[in-house]
Design a protein around this ligand. Structure first.
Ligand code: AMP
Length: 398
Protein backbone atom coordinates (compact mmCIF):
# COMPACT_ATOMS: atom_id res chain seq x y z
CA UNK A 1 0.00 0.00 0.00
CA UNK A 2 1.21 3.54 -0.75
CA UNK A 3 1.34 5.60 2.44
CA UNK A 4 1.79 9.37 2.51
CA UNK A 5 3.92 10.19 5.55
CA UNK A 6 3.59 13.74 6.87
CA UNK A 7 5.83 15.43 9.41
CA UNK A 8 4.40 18.87 9.98
CA UNK A 9 6.21 21.70 11.78
CA UNK A 10 4.93 25.20 12.42
CA UNK A 11 6.30 26.59 9.15
CA UNK A 12 7.47 23.46 7.35
CA UNK A 13 6.07 20.15 6.16
CA UNK A 14 8.15 17.12 5.22
CA UNK A 15 6.54 14.35 3.22
CA UNK A 16 7.31 10.95 1.72
CA UNK A 17 5.28 8.41 -0.18
CA UNK A 18 6.35 4.91 0.77
CA UNK A 19 5.20 1.63 -0.77
CA UNK A 20 4.95 -0.63 2.28
CA UNK A 21 5.11 -3.78 0.15
CA UNK A 22 8.68 -3.00 -0.94
CA UNK A 23 9.60 -0.39 1.72
CA UNK A 24 10.65 1.81 -1.23
CA UNK A 25 10.31 5.59 -1.15
CA UNK A 26 8.45 6.68 -4.29
CA UNK A 27 8.67 10.42 -3.74
CA UNK A 28 9.68 12.85 -1.03
CA UNK A 29 10.04 16.51 -0.36
CA UNK A 30 9.59 19.53 1.83
CA UNK A 31 7.40 22.62 1.99
CA UNK A 32 9.22 25.46 3.70
CA UNK A 33 8.42 28.92 4.97
CA UNK A 34 4.70 28.22 5.17
CA UNK A 35 2.82 31.40 6.07
CA UNK A 36 5.92 33.52 5.33
CA UNK A 37 6.48 33.23 1.57
CA UNK A 38 7.00 29.61 0.60
CA UNK A 39 8.91 27.00 -1.38
CA UNK A 40 8.33 23.35 -2.23
CA UNK A 41 11.10 20.87 -2.95
CA UNK A 42 9.94 17.68 -4.64
CA UNK A 43 11.82 14.57 -5.67
CA UNK A 44 10.49 11.67 -7.70
CA UNK A 45 12.73 9.05 -6.10
CA UNK A 46 11.19 6.09 -7.96
CA UNK A 47 12.28 7.38 -11.37
CA UNK A 48 15.46 9.11 -10.21
CA UNK A 49 13.77 12.38 -11.11
CA UNK A 50 16.18 14.56 -9.14
CA UNK A 51 15.21 17.36 -6.77
CA UNK A 52 13.37 20.38 -8.00
CA UNK A 53 12.60 23.42 -5.90
CA UNK A 54 9.84 25.89 -6.68
CA UNK A 55 9.29 29.21 -4.92
CA UNK A 56 5.54 29.61 -4.53
CA UNK A 57 3.30 31.39 -2.07
CA UNK A 58 2.21 28.93 0.63
CA UNK A 59 -0.18 30.82 2.84
CA UNK A 60 -1.09 27.90 5.10
CA UNK A 61 -0.72 24.14 5.64
CA UNK A 62 -3.79 23.36 3.55
CA UNK A 63 -2.11 25.03 0.59
CA UNK A 64 1.08 23.10 1.36
CA UNK A 65 -0.75 19.76 1.31
CA UNK A 66 -2.55 20.70 -1.89
CA UNK A 67 0.83 21.49 -3.53
CA UNK A 68 2.17 18.13 -2.33
CA UNK A 69 -0.84 16.31 -3.78
CA UNK A 70 -0.47 18.20 -7.07
CA UNK A 71 3.21 17.27 -7.27
CA UNK A 72 2.48 13.60 -6.51
CA UNK A 73 -0.15 13.40 -9.27
CA UNK A 74 1.63 15.64 -11.81
CA UNK A 75 1.48 14.10 -15.29
CA UNK A 76 5.23 14.45 -15.82
CA UNK A 77 6.91 14.21 -12.45
CA UNK A 78 4.26 12.50 -10.31
CA UNK A 79 4.42 8.96 -8.93
CA UNK A 80 0.68 8.26 -8.84
CA UNK A 81 -2.13 8.86 -11.32
CA UNK A 82 -4.79 9.75 -8.79
CA UNK A 83 -5.12 10.23 -5.05
CA UNK A 84 -6.95 6.90 -4.88
CA UNK A 85 -3.50 5.31 -5.06
CA UNK A 86 -2.71 6.66 -1.57
CA UNK A 87 -4.09 4.07 0.85
CA UNK A 88 -3.58 6.11 4.02
CA UNK A 89 -1.77 9.05 5.55
CA UNK A 90 0.59 8.60 8.52
CA UNK A 91 1.17 11.70 10.63
CA UNK A 92 4.07 12.14 13.00
CA UNK A 93 2.69 13.57 16.24
CA UNK A 94 5.26 14.68 18.79
CA UNK A 95 3.42 14.34 22.09
CA UNK A 96 0.80 11.77 22.98
CA UNK A 97 0.97 12.40 26.73
CA UNK A 98 -0.30 9.41 28.71
CA UNK A 99 -3.30 9.06 26.43
CA UNK A 100 -1.53 7.39 23.53
CA UNK A 101 0.46 4.24 24.15
CA UNK A 102 0.52 3.25 20.49
CA UNK A 103 -0.35 4.57 17.06
CA UNK A 104 -4.05 5.20 16.41
CA UNK A 105 -6.45 5.80 13.56
CA UNK A 106 -7.26 9.50 13.64
CA UNK A 107 -10.90 10.45 14.21
CA UNK A 108 -12.52 13.51 15.80
CA UNK A 109 -12.02 12.12 19.29
CA UNK A 110 -8.32 11.55 18.67
CA UNK A 111 -7.93 15.06 17.25
CA UNK A 112 -9.48 16.43 20.43
CA UNK A 113 -7.21 14.28 22.61
CA UNK A 114 -4.09 15.47 20.73
CA UNK A 115 -5.30 19.01 21.29
CA UNK A 116 -5.73 18.31 24.99
CA UNK A 117 -2.13 17.21 25.45
CA UNK A 118 -0.81 20.17 23.42
CA UNK A 119 0.04 21.90 26.69
CA UNK A 120 2.95 19.47 26.97
CA UNK A 121 4.32 20.33 23.49
CA UNK A 122 2.98 23.79 22.66
CA UNK A 123 5.29 24.29 19.69
CA UNK A 124 4.86 20.87 18.14
CA UNK A 125 1.38 19.38 18.64
CA UNK A 126 -0.59 22.33 17.24
CA UNK A 127 1.70 22.30 14.18
CA UNK A 128 1.24 18.54 13.78
CA UNK A 129 -2.52 19.05 13.97
CA UNK A 130 -2.52 21.63 11.20
CA UNK A 131 -1.21 18.88 8.90
CA UNK A 132 -3.93 16.52 10.08
CA UNK A 133 -6.67 19.09 9.50
CA UNK A 134 -5.31 20.00 6.04
CA UNK A 135 -5.29 16.33 4.95
CA UNK A 136 -8.75 15.80 6.43
CA UNK A 137 -10.06 18.68 4.32
CA UNK A 138 -8.36 17.65 1.09
CA UNK A 139 -8.55 13.84 1.35
CA UNK A 140 -11.68 13.30 3.47
CA UNK A 141 -12.05 9.63 2.56
CA UNK A 142 -8.45 8.56 3.10
CA UNK A 143 -7.79 7.02 6.53
CA UNK A 144 -5.20 8.78 8.70
CA UNK A 145 -3.03 7.42 11.49
CA UNK A 146 -1.23 9.31 14.25
CA UNK A 147 2.22 7.97 15.21
CA UNK A 148 3.49 9.48 18.44
CA UNK A 149 7.12 10.18 19.41
CA UNK A 150 6.23 9.40 23.01
CA UNK A 151 4.14 6.22 22.60
CA UNK A 152 6.93 3.62 22.65
CA UNK A 153 8.14 4.94 26.02
CA UNK A 154 4.77 4.55 27.72
CA UNK A 155 5.82 1.08 28.98
CA UNK A 156 8.33 2.67 31.36
CA UNK A 157 7.66 1.80 35.00
CA UNK A 158 6.75 4.62 37.41
CA UNK A 159 10.18 4.42 39.05
CA UNK A 160 11.69 5.46 35.72
CA UNK A 161 9.21 8.13 34.69
CA UNK A 162 8.46 9.89 37.99
CA UNK A 163 10.44 12.98 38.97
CA UNK A 164 11.07 13.36 42.69
CA UNK A 165 9.03 16.55 43.06
CA UNK A 166 5.73 16.94 44.95
CA UNK A 167 3.50 14.19 43.63
CA UNK A 168 0.64 16.64 43.16
CA UNK A 169 2.51 18.04 40.12
CA UNK A 170 2.18 14.67 38.47
CA UNK A 171 -1.42 14.21 39.60
CA UNK A 172 -2.51 17.68 38.52
CA UNK A 173 -0.23 18.59 35.64
CA UNK A 174 1.09 15.22 34.43
CA UNK A 175 4.69 16.34 34.94
CA UNK A 176 6.81 13.21 34.34
CA UNK A 177 9.33 11.73 31.96
CA UNK A 178 7.74 10.99 28.58
CA UNK A 179 10.72 10.51 26.28
CA UNK A 180 10.90 11.23 22.55
CA UNK A 181 12.31 9.68 19.35
CA UNK A 182 10.08 6.71 20.29
CA UNK A 183 9.41 5.78 16.66
CA UNK A 184 13.16 5.46 16.10
CA UNK A 185 13.87 3.56 19.33
CA UNK A 186 11.01 1.18 18.57
CA UNK A 187 12.10 0.67 14.93
CA UNK A 188 15.78 0.08 15.68
CA UNK A 189 15.19 -2.23 18.66
CA UNK A 190 12.79 -4.40 16.62
CA UNK A 191 14.90 -4.38 13.45
CA UNK A 192 18.11 -5.35 15.21
CA UNK A 193 16.34 -8.29 16.85
CA UNK A 194 15.07 -9.45 13.45
CA UNK A 195 18.52 -8.90 11.95
CA UNK A 196 20.05 -11.12 14.65
CA UNK A 197 17.38 -13.76 14.02
CA UNK A 198 15.90 -13.21 17.49
CA UNK A 199 12.67 -12.02 18.95
CA UNK A 200 12.74 -8.63 20.74
CA UNK A 201 11.50 -10.59 23.79
CA UNK A 202 14.89 -12.33 23.91
CA UNK A 203 17.06 -9.23 24.10
CA UNK A 204 18.17 -6.43 26.37
CA UNK A 205 18.97 -3.62 23.96
CA UNK A 206 20.31 -0.09 24.41
CA UNK A 207 19.51 2.18 21.48
CA UNK A 208 21.66 5.32 21.17
CA UNK A 209 19.82 7.72 18.83
CA UNK A 210 22.61 10.25 18.30
CA UNK A 211 21.62 13.03 15.95
CA UNK A 212 21.28 16.75 16.39
CA UNK A 213 18.67 15.79 18.98
CA UNK A 214 19.86 12.73 20.88
CA UNK A 215 18.46 10.19 23.30
CA UNK A 216 19.20 6.74 24.68
CA UNK A 217 16.68 4.08 25.57
CA UNK A 218 16.77 0.83 27.49
CA UNK A 219 14.59 -1.77 25.78
CA UNK A 220 14.16 -4.90 27.87
CA UNK A 221 12.52 -7.88 26.21
CA UNK A 222 10.83 -5.65 23.62
CA UNK A 223 9.57 -2.96 26.02
CA UNK A 224 11.07 0.42 26.78
CA UNK A 225 12.00 0.57 30.48
CA UNK A 226 13.84 3.89 30.50
CA UNK A 227 14.84 6.73 28.20
CA UNK A 228 16.95 9.83 28.59
CA UNK A 229 14.63 12.61 27.37
CA UNK A 230 12.06 13.84 29.84
CA UNK A 231 8.98 16.05 29.99
CA UNK A 232 10.56 17.78 27.00
CA UNK A 233 13.44 16.80 24.71
CA UNK A 234 15.85 18.96 26.76
CA UNK A 235 16.83 16.29 29.31
CA UNK A 236 19.51 13.64 28.98
CA UNK A 237 22.37 13.60 26.53
CA UNK A 238 24.46 16.55 25.40
CA UNK A 239 22.99 17.36 21.98
CA UNK A 240 23.73 19.62 19.02
CA UNK A 241 22.37 22.72 20.75
CA UNK A 242 20.64 21.31 23.86
CA UNK A 243 22.42 21.05 27.19
CA UNK A 244 20.85 17.79 28.35
CA UNK A 245 21.06 17.09 32.11
CA UNK A 246 22.11 19.86 34.45
CA UNK A 247 21.42 21.12 37.95
CA UNK A 248 18.05 22.95 37.72
CA UNK A 249 19.49 25.67 39.98
CA UNK A 250 21.63 26.73 37.01
CA UNK A 251 18.49 28.26 35.50
CA UNK A 252 17.95 30.77 38.29
CA UNK A 253 21.67 31.49 38.43
CA UNK A 254 21.95 32.32 34.73
CA UNK A 255 18.68 34.28 34.90
CA UNK A 256 20.15 36.48 37.66
CA UNK A 257 23.50 36.99 35.96
CA UNK A 258 22.13 37.61 32.46
CA UNK A 259 18.91 39.40 33.44
CA UNK A 260 16.70 36.81 31.77
CA UNK A 261 13.44 35.13 32.73
CA UNK A 262 13.00 31.35 32.86
CA UNK A 263 11.95 31.08 29.23
CA UNK A 264 14.95 33.18 28.20
CA UNK A 265 17.27 30.75 29.96
CA UNK A 266 15.43 27.73 28.53
CA UNK A 267 15.89 29.20 25.09
CA UNK A 268 19.65 29.22 25.74
CA UNK A 269 19.59 25.66 27.09
CA UNK A 270 17.64 24.48 24.02
CA UNK A 271 19.22 26.49 21.23
CA UNK A 272 22.62 27.76 22.27
CA UNK A 273 24.03 24.99 24.42
CA UNK A 274 25.13 21.40 23.78
CA UNK A 275 28.26 20.84 21.68
CA UNK A 276 27.55 24.12 19.88
CA UNK A 277 27.57 26.12 23.10
CA UNK A 278 30.58 24.31 24.56
CA UNK A 279 32.72 24.49 21.44
CA UNK A 280 31.65 27.86 20.05
CA UNK A 281 32.31 26.13 16.71
CA UNK A 282 29.21 24.33 15.50
CA UNK A 283 26.51 21.82 16.36
CA UNK A 284 27.69 19.67 13.45
CA UNK A 285 30.09 16.89 14.38
CA UNK A 286 32.02 17.22 11.11
CA UNK A 287 32.94 20.77 12.12
CA UNK A 288 33.80 19.68 15.66
CA UNK A 289 36.26 17.04 14.45
CA UNK A 290 37.78 19.49 11.99
CA UNK A 291 38.15 21.96 14.87
CA UNK A 292 39.72 19.33 17.11
CA UNK A 293 42.11 18.24 14.33
CA UNK A 294 43.17 21.86 13.92
CA UNK A 295 43.92 22.13 17.64
CA UNK A 296 40.72 23.80 18.86
CA UNK A 297 40.60 22.74 22.52
CA UNK A 298 36.97 23.74 23.01
CA UNK A 299 35.89 21.53 20.12
CA UNK A 300 37.85 18.66 21.67
CA UNK A 301 36.21 19.34 25.04
CA UNK A 302 32.72 19.36 23.52
CA UNK A 303 33.34 15.95 21.92
CA UNK A 304 34.65 14.57 25.24
CA UNK A 305 31.71 15.88 27.26
CA UNK A 306 29.30 14.51 24.62
CA UNK A 307 30.84 11.02 24.57
CA UNK A 308 31.20 10.80 28.35
CA UNK A 309 27.48 11.52 28.78
CA UNK A 310 26.50 8.83 26.26
CA UNK A 311 28.79 6.34 28.04
CA UNK A 312 27.27 7.23 31.43
CA UNK A 313 23.76 6.52 30.13
CA UNK A 314 24.87 3.20 28.65
CA UNK A 315 26.24 2.29 32.09
CA UNK A 316 23.04 3.39 33.83
CA UNK A 317 20.81 1.44 31.45
CA UNK A 318 22.95 -1.67 31.71
CA UNK A 319 22.32 -1.46 35.46
CA UNK A 320 18.60 -0.75 34.94
CA UNK A 321 18.22 -3.91 32.83
CA UNK A 322 20.69 -5.99 34.88
CA UNK A 323 22.73 -6.50 31.72
CA UNK A 324 22.74 -5.72 28.04
CA UNK A 325 22.99 -7.96 24.96
CA UNK A 326 23.22 -5.43 22.17
CA UNK A 327 23.96 -1.71 21.82
CA UNK A 328 22.87 0.11 18.65
CA UNK A 329 24.15 3.40 17.30
CA UNK A 330 21.71 5.25 15.05
CA UNK A 331 20.74 8.70 13.62
CA UNK A 332 23.04 11.29 12.00
CA UNK A 333 26.08 10.99 14.28
CA UNK A 334 25.46 7.39 15.33
CA UNK A 335 25.24 6.21 11.72
CA UNK A 336 27.84 8.40 10.05
CA UNK A 337 30.59 9.29 12.47
CA UNK A 338 33.06 6.46 13.23
CA UNK A 339 35.29 8.68 15.37
CA UNK A 340 32.47 9.78 17.68
CA UNK A 341 31.33 6.15 18.03
CA UNK A 342 34.89 5.19 18.92
CA UNK A 343 34.99 7.88 21.64
CA UNK A 344 31.94 6.28 23.29
CA UNK A 345 33.20 2.73 22.77
CA UNK A 346 36.42 3.63 24.61
CA UNK A 347 34.41 3.56 27.85
CA UNK A 348 32.80 0.17 27.30
CA UNK A 349 35.70 -2.20 27.95
CA UNK A 350 34.20 -3.16 31.34
CA UNK A 351 31.29 -4.74 29.45
CA UNK A 352 33.70 -6.99 27.56
CA UNK A 353 33.34 -4.85 24.43
CA UNK A 354 36.22 -4.24 22.02
CA UNK A 355 35.88 -1.97 19.00
CA UNK A 356 36.60 -3.52 15.61
CA UNK A 357 38.26 -0.48 14.08
CA UNK A 358 38.00 -1.65 10.51
CA UNK A 359 34.34 -2.63 10.83
CA UNK A 360 33.64 0.72 12.51
CA UNK A 361 34.75 2.56 9.38
CA UNK A 362 31.21 2.59 7.95
CA UNK A 363 28.61 5.25 7.24
CA UNK A 364 24.88 4.77 6.96
CA UNK A 365 24.79 0.99 6.79
CA UNK A 366 24.17 -1.93 9.12
CA UNK A 367 27.44 -3.10 10.65
CA UNK A 368 28.65 -5.05 13.66
CA UNK A 369 31.39 -2.81 15.04
CA UNK A 370 32.40 -4.83 18.10
CA UNK A 371 34.90 -7.67 17.65
CA UNK A 372 33.50 -11.19 17.29
CA UNK A 373 34.67 -12.13 20.81
CA UNK A 374 33.00 -9.11 22.46
CA UNK A 375 30.56 -10.13 25.18
CA UNK A 376 28.04 -7.48 24.17
CA UNK A 377 27.38 -6.89 20.48
CA UNK A 378 27.56 -3.33 19.19
CA UNK A 379 25.92 -2.40 15.90
CA UNK A 380 25.39 0.55 13.64
CA UNK A 381 21.76 0.28 12.60
CA UNK A 382 20.33 3.12 10.46
CA UNK A 383 16.99 4.40 11.68
CA UNK A 384 14.15 5.18 9.30
CA UNK A 385 11.39 7.06 11.07
CA UNK A 386 9.37 7.61 7.89
CA UNK A 387 9.34 3.89 7.06
CA UNK A 388 8.41 3.14 10.66
CA UNK A 389 5.47 5.57 10.42
CA UNK A 390 4.41 4.05 7.08
CA UNK A 391 4.53 0.52 8.52
CA UNK A 392 2.60 1.49 11.66
CA UNK A 393 0.00 3.21 9.48
CA UNK A 394 -0.36 0.22 7.18
CA UNK A 395 -0.69 -2.15 10.14
CA UNK A 396 -3.70 -0.17 11.41
CA UNK A 397 -5.54 0.39 8.12
CA UNK A 398 -4.90 -2.80 6.14
P1 AMP B 1 20.06 13.99 12.57
O1 AMP B 1 19.52 14.95 13.58
O2 AMP B 1 19.85 12.56 12.93
O3 AMP B 1 19.67 14.31 11.17
O4 AMP B 1 21.66 14.18 12.61
C1 AMP B 1 22.26 15.35 12.13
C2 AMP B 1 23.69 15.43 12.60
O5 AMP B 1 24.43 14.27 12.19
C3 AMP B 1 24.48 16.58 12.01
O6 AMP B 1 24.28 17.76 12.73
C4 AMP B 1 25.92 16.10 12.16
O7 AMP B 1 26.39 16.47 13.42
C5 AMP B 1 25.82 14.60 12.10
N1 AMP B 1 26.36 14.03 10.88
C6 AMP B 1 25.74 13.81 9.70
N2 AMP B 1 26.59 13.28 8.80
C7 AMP B 1 27.80 13.16 9.42
C8 AMP B 1 29.10 12.68 9.05
N3 AMP B 1 29.34 12.19 7.82
N4 AMP B 1 30.08 12.73 9.96
C9 AMP B 1 29.84 13.22 11.20
N5 AMP B 1 28.64 13.67 11.62
C10 AMP B 1 27.65 13.65 10.75
Amino acid sequence: MNILVINCGSSSLKFQVIDTETSNVLAKGLCERIGIDGAITYENVRDNGGKNKKEVTIEDHKKAISLVLDALTDAETGVIKSLDEIGAVGHRIVHGGEKFTSSVIINDEVIEAIREVSDLAPLHNPANLTGVMACKALMPNTPMVGVFDTAFHQTMPAKAYMYAIPKSYYDEYKIRRYGFHGTSHSFVSKQIAAYLGKSPEDLKTIVCHLGNGASVSAVKFGKCVDTSMGLTPLEGLVMGTRSGDLDPAVIEYIAGKENLDASGVLNILNKKSGVQGLSGVSSDFRDLWKGKDEGNEDAALALDVWAYRVAKYIGAYTAAMNGVDVICFTAGVGENDPRSRALVMDYLGYLGITLDEEANNVRGEIAEISTKDSKVKVYVYPTNEELAIANETYALVK
